[in-house]
Design a protein around this ligand. Structure first.
Ligand code: NAP
Length: 362
């Protein structure tokens, strides 16, 4: 198969750099266009990231030489790439929505990491193991906007990907979850580069990440929701309370989760069996970035740990552990995933693979 040409918007940032690293040798996709802010535009990629390349692999020569475009100048992307991964950050979210829509209008599908479109009623927010049927909204989105081949599909906030699939796996087996209490310990790379000031985070923990608790409490309801009357309707009957903390770890978001079930309550052995056997569409379709086993249970009493477990299955699996009774709710456990891989660039690539396989990107 001839490789599909892809662009990366926000290519110089933390997530953009991860895309460049992860797409090297991708069997379906080939990077053909890079864009960032006007500060990076018109420089070679090598010049644009000089002194701030954060990956542990060297830059490939062919990437070094690409002249970086300006994200706002869509004309430069036209004809160069079939679709774009969006990973740029502007504090004005309306501006991000406008730019992403402009790409879609110009027949360039947008697979986005940004939060700007997550609440948009006809934009799917995908975790391919949970809600691949949400892709059905794309035809409606295109009709609503008068777009032809373009569309916007987003992925959710990075931290909830550490635990939501494990919770969904239980719900899918008929164990209704009524309340979920989460406390996260989130890595520094989640704040981008240069991110949090070193004097704020060394020898410290920050018990506040702007907007993160609201996202953790709202986004799962859309992901678990359904399409009704041509728009998304949130899942009803699940209450979520989140505490989100920034900790001095480079990569890997850890979450402590307590669940209250409805009348039907699973036993611990049953839960471990459900997690072990959980497989979904990405595994059935054998998508290149799909983890073979999406939920890995580590039975050691002091796991999962960011440094030791974040790279499981190329950083795409989530690792759970410490499953035990909860004195207030029913069960509690710890869950971890790699925030810039599963929670960002790797998750975006998996979304794009699903979109290709399902014929939305031709
Ligand atoms: P980052 O390291 O701060 O990178 C920001 C990127 O946006 C850079 O490429 C930057 O280009 C570009 N940019 C800045 N201002 C711009 C402007 N006015 N117009 C166009 N481009 C502009 O941030 P990040 O962590 O990679 O995050 C990128 C996006 O992914 C954000 O929306 C974030 O919420 C989301 N996300 C991040 C993570 C994570 O783990 N880090 C996880 C999930 C989602 P220059 O280099 O030229 O300034």
């Amino acid at each position: 198969m001839e490789k599909i040409k892809v662009g990366i918007l926000g290519a110089t940032g933390m997530v953009g750099q991860n895309y460049i690293k992860l797409l090297k040798n991708h069997p379906w996709f080939e990077i053909s266009y890079l864009a960032a802010s006007e500060n990076s535009a018109n420089k070679t990629y090598e010049q644009a990231v000089r002194g701030r390349w954060q990956m542990d692999t060297p830059l490939e020569d062919k990437i070094k030489k690409i002249i970086v475009g300006n994200v706002s100048d869509i004309s430069k992307a036209k004809g160069k790439c079939r679709f774009v991964f969006s990973a740029f950050e502007i504090s004005d979210k309306e501006q991000i929505r406008k730019i992403e829509n402009e790409y879609a209008k110009n027949d360039i599908p947008v697979v986005s990491n940004a939060s700007a479109h997550r609440k948009t009623k006809d934009v799917p927010m995908l975790i391919p193991e949970i809600n691949p049927e949400h892709l059905d909204i794309i035809k409606i989105q295109q009709k609503n906007n008068g777009w032809n081949k373009g569309f916007v599909a987003v992925k959710p906030n990075c931290s909830l990907q550490s635990y939501l699939t494990a919770v969904y796996a239980l719900m899918q087996k008929g164990y209704k979850v009524k309340k979920m209490f989460i406390s996260t310990l989130q890595a520094l790379s989640g704040a981008g580069y240069p991110g949090v000031a070193s004097l704020d985070i060394c020898d410290n923990v920050l018990p506040f990440i702007s907007g993160e608790e609201e996202k953790s409490e709202q986004e799962p309801l859309k992901i678990l929701g359904e399409i009704k009357d041509n728009k998304f309707e949130n899942f009803q009957g699940l209450e979520i309370s989140a505490h989100c903390n920034r900790v001095p770890v480079v990569d890997g978001h850890l979450a402590c989760v307590s669940l209250l079930f409805g009348d039907k309550k699973p036993k611990k052995q049953e839960i471990k069996k459900i997690w072990k056997n959980f497989k979904a569409l990405p595994q059935k379709l054998d998508l290149p970035f799909a983890p073979k086993q999406p939920i890995i249970y580590n039975k050691e009493e002091n796991r999962p740990q960011p440094r030791k477990d974040r790279d499981n299955d190329k950083g795409m699996a989530l690792t759970v552990g410490r499953l035990r009774q909860c004195n207030i709710f029913d069960i509690r456990f710890s869950a971890l995933s790699h925030n810039t891989i599963r929670g960002a660039a790797g998750g975006g690539i998996l979304n794009a693979e699903l979109l290709v396989k399902k014929g939305y990107i031709k």
